[in-house]
Design a protein around this ligand. Structure first.
Ligand SMILES: Cc1cc2nc3c(=O)[nH]c(=O)nc-3n(C[C@H](O)[C@H](O)[C@H](O)COP(=O)(O)OP(=O)(O)OC[C@H]3O[C@@H](n4cnc5c(N)ncnc54)[C@H](O)[C@@H]3O)c2cc1C
Length: 458
């Protein structure tokens, strides 16, 4: 078939691009290799329940009347009413380090007050840092790379506070170890700390279903369980697109959301622009624990806890398995109005993990490694909430191997390549990338990335 635009991948960026293009009357089709849409933020069914793969929270939560907030801009781009997202704001979250805790709420005020109360000497520096972040053009098309750690040192003199600021930001969007690109830091700091977090009440399945319904109403086509296996390129032009079932297509434009190096691998001609982004390295293990009662009973009353057991936050891959020194702990039922959701009695835990180690395990050893990791994570959870281990009825776990299997991302990396490609350009005149490797992450970020690239190709 011939299309105006063919989109590779029905993750959030592919769906965002699809809605935008279909709205403007383009003949557009999305090809998705997996059985279900959603990519890194998908869902699966177990015992007739819909379970989220990755959802902790929608970041970039902002009041409805803030017209310049990314969330509200996105809704305008997609022509969606805000009520369709059914957002439940966080009550509070916290950053928990040895000897210090900082509470986070929606909007900067709560967090700023916490910083002032715990680190009074740092108030002026923190304000100046926030001004610098607000003024940074983090999506510049010719970005200057600066170390986030080095910039933070210019404003904050207490090492513990610097580590506490880096912890949630790195955990939710840093594709590299130890340090972070300052532009990427700004994007994440704004979305998490200056703006805030909310949970779509019914989770990802209903959000994705609503988005795809909109896409289809506008005339967009979606092919599930049929990925793209080859982009036949001729002299810097995608001349033909071949799908997994052998179907051959042509398109004026191809938008790929499957990653920079993953897209390069589909092309029959070299793609230096995509190859220089590099392959994603950071791996994570995500575990869901189902309890026989609310986690609040054990004192877990925050929505999300970003925890380091050591004063210097370590964001790097462990030699083996998983890192035990820092975790994200999420309680989905603690978001406002979410005590009635099926996941209300669950706790999700995220830790950094070595992709190479997990990928190399044989099926038997893999099963055993998951069991041992779950046992260790239960003990870690029990450190934070004594007694909770005895209330755990069941658990499920995703490793880099699972992510690779279901999304095809090299190394099972969630945050993609360390070097982003803000223009989305490639070495083919009719091929663009969108999504994680373009530079926007998360639910709002990846939907927005799809819209931005769709706007550029129209
Ligand atoms: C465990 C976990 C927890 C997370 N928690 C949150 C959270 O709480 N809040 C938040 O905002 N974000 C969260 N994220 C991040 C968020 O999910 C991602 O940033 C976002 O979903 C990325 O979307 P994307 O469209 O760029 O990429 P993807 O979701 O990876 O989409 C790419 C799609 O392309 C498909 N594909 C790959 N190769 C091909 C091919 N050759 N042909 C056809 N299709 C192909 C894949 O199957 C996939 O569906 C989390 C991610 C994970 C994994």
């Amino acid at each position: 078939m011939h299309l105006d635009v063919l989109i590779i991948g029905a993750g959030l960026s592919g769906i965002g691009a699809g809605i935008r293009l279909a709205y403007f009357g383009k003949k557009v089709a999305i090809f998705e290799r997996h059985r279900l849409p959603g990519g890194l933020n998908s869902y699966y069914h177990r015992n007739s329940l819909s379970i989220d793969v990755g959802l902790h929270a929608l970041t970039n939560y902002a009041p409805e009347d803030d017209r310049s907030a990314p969330l509200n801009k996105l809704l305008r781009q997609l022509r969606l009413k805000r009520s369709t997202l059914d957002l439940c704001p966080q009550t509070f979250s916290k950053i928990l380090f040895p000897g210090a805790t900082l509470r986070m709420g929606n909007g900067l005020d709560v967090f700023r007050a916490e910083v002032s109360a715990r680190f009074p000497k740092e108030t002026a520096g923190f304000d100046a840092l926030c001004r610098r972040i607000a003024e940074t053009d983090s999506m510049s098309l010719s970005p200057v790379r600066e170390s986030a750690r080095a910039v933070l040192e210019q404003y904050i003199s207490t090492p513990l506070l610097r580590e506490m600021l880096l912890c949630p930001v790195m955990f939710y969007g840093n594709p590299q170890m130890d340090d972070m690109d300052f532009n990427q830091f700004c994007i994440m700091f704004q979305s998490l700390i200056m703006e805030g977090m909310a949970r779509p009440h019914d989770g990802m399945e209903s959000l994705i279903t609503m988005l795809l319904q909109r896409y289809r109403e506008l005339g967009g086509e979606l092919y599930l369980e049929n990925g793209i296996s080859k982009l036949r390129c001729e002299n810097g032009h995608v001349a033909e697109i071949i799908d997994d079932q052998g179907g051959r297509h042509t398109a004026d434009m191809v938008i790929s959301s499957c990653g920079a190096s993953e897209t390069a691998a589909l092309c029959t001609e070299e793609q230096p622009t995509l190859q220089q982004c590099g392959v994603g390295q950071m791996g994570f293990v995500e575990t869901m624990f189902n309890l026989d009662r609310s986690p609040k009973v054990f004192g877990l009353d925050a929505c999300i806890i970003y925890r380091s057991r050591i004063p210097q936050f370590r964001f790097r891959l462990p030699q083996e398995g998983i890192d035990f020194d820092s975790q994200i702990i999420c309680m989905p039922g603690n978001f406002q109005g979410c005590d009635d959701i099926p996941a209300a009695n669950s706790v999700r835990m995220t830790v950094t993990a070595s992709p190479r180690w997990w990928m190399a395990l044989s099926p038997d050893k893999y099963k055993e490694a998951k069991r041992k990791a779950a046992e260790s994570l239960m003990n870690l959870l029990d450190e934070v909430a004594p007694g909770i281990k005895g209330a755990i009825k069941a658990w499920d776990m995703f490793t880099p191997k699972t992510i690779y299997r279901f999304t095809g991302h090299c190394n099972g990396a969630i945050y993609g390549s360390p070097y982003k490609n803000p223009t989305g350009m490639t070495n083919c005149d009719n091929l663009r990338i969108c999504g994680t490797d373009q530079g926007f992450l998360g639910i709002v970020g990846s939907l927005m990335s799809g819209c931005v690239i769709a706007n550029r190709v129209m």
